[in-house]
Design a protein around this ligand. Sequence first.
Ligand code: PBG
Ligand code: ZN
Length: 328
Amino acid sequence: MYTQKLRPRRMRISPAVRDMVRETTLSPKDFIYPLFIVPGENVKEEIPSMPGVYHLSVDQALKVAREAWELGIPALEIFGLPEYKDADGSSAWDMTSPVQRAMMAIKKALPEMVIVGDVCLCQYTSHGHCGHLEGHYVDNDKTLKLLQKVAVSQAEAGADMVAPSDMMDGRVAAIREALDDHDFINVSIMSYAVKYASGYYGPFRDAADSAPQFGNRKQYQMDPGNAREALKEVELDLAEGADIIMVKPALAYLDIVHQVRETINRPVATYNVSGEYAMVKAAAQNGWIDEKRIVMETLLSMKRAGSDMIITYHALDAARWLQEGNCF
Ligand code: PBG
Ligand code: ZN
């Protein structure tokens, strides 16, 4: 008779055993929570395509920042909607803009919270592109000068890290140089090294009012068919001085996350983007899926693929669910 000696099911027999042998786990320390800062006071308005995510004035953002810190979330990424827009996006380096004011306020109230600044121009330019335009072409090297100003202004406002998301060539080196010239040697760079031209950014562009007014971003963001090119982008950004490498979006690009993880010995971040969030929220609101299970399984997949940290709009919920336990 056939005797079954090898029984993997023994290691699944109870929740406690499963907890003991689980290879990948989640913690609130894995999360970076994005905030959208708007002008004004006492503003807390839900973003329609991102239920549970809000436009926040600085005073309200401070409350959310405290809540995140109390839940054990170590970092926030700050996005903003400025008071004015112009051709070169000059409100992006205006020290009185919502992003810079939020950074100063959060740094003061929660000095240990890691503040990450998104460095890009699309939220600040009248045309919605991520850089300086020459006709309909985004001029790479002229944009670098603008990005340097944004990064330095954010460092001055208290950012611990800057995260360039524009996809210009050479921007990590340019930003590193500008930070060092201003003595911000300990401000680190989390590079959106591998950022694909993706339909998954749709809800974000509504939320940040940053959709391009003509054309698309395919001349600077990456083509979804390319994996080898992702490794090239990573190599360049590391050579230019990036401290953390990000892959974005996350879910449709977990193969890329895994390849980057296998290739480099630096921290890897993934961005669980707005479209990924909106899909889960919509299905959950319809009662079609179990939100907690789906969110935790999804975030776990990003960790398992090799991310050390995940930028996610689910961060507050996920941190609460981790406190409750019974997630897996
Ligand atoms: C700005 C930026 C974008 C996102 C982060 N920074 C949008 C874009 O490139 O159009 C997307 C984030 C998300 O979808 O959650 N360049
Ligand atoms: Zn941009």
